[in-house]
Design a protein around this ligand. Sequence first.
Ligand code: GLU
Length: 267
Amino acid sequence: MGKLKKWFTVGLVFVLAAALMAGCGKSKTTSSSDPVQQIKKRGKVVVGVKYDTYLFGYKDPKTGKVEGFDVDIAKAISKKIFGDKVKVQLKEVTSKTRIPMLQNGDVDMVVATMTITPDRKKVVDFSDVYFDAGQSLLVKKGSKIKSVKDLTKGTKVLTVKGATSGDNVKKAAPDTQVLEYENYQEAFTALKSGKGDALTTDNSILYGMAAQDPNYQVVGGTFTNEPYGIAMKKGNTKLVKAVNKALKELKDSGEYDKIKNKWIKEQ
Ligand code: GLU
């Protein structure tokens, strides 16, 4: 009798485990097989954008509005894929939080000055390139630092966590000290209060900072290539295809150029 009971229990555990696995498998396929339909059904698409990056994704403290090139691209793409009935909900991401937020399902896509890199491609999917940036330096006007070559021993360079910029500058200027902040507005405030000699990230972002404060300028040209892609959860192939199709249509129709010219004056 005891033996029978034991086998019964083992069998029950086995059946339960199998059922659980089948259930998980099922929900996973649904979420990755047709995210476009899922979003349509839900009636809203959640897009991760920056709130700290002037000209790309920036929350204006006066109006509370989130605006920029990435925001307009996100809205234009969403409209092309899902039409007017699906609402676009913007959610704040930072360089550090954007990948975990995609993986947790907090956002459907990320349009946030994000470089396509081989490492990131292992954990998320990217659209085709929609913007080309390159890393550079921002300094106070009159600074002795004119290019990455001047970042020698004893200099301090500021950037943010989760960006490609920290690793890139360590390679280009191995002797400089790198300090990483939570977001770009914090890093810029730190530069202004003298916590570093330069701030480094993409030229596109640095031009935005220089536009916010004319005492600062971008110097030395670019020392990396930073091709931006729209990131999606790994395996969401249908959504990636839809985003690429929408991007192409925006480029072909001239709408992409209109959006770009609205926000980006220098490159
Ligand atoms: N494009 C670079 C990156 O993806 C720097 C800009 C950013 O932090 O978003 O890391």
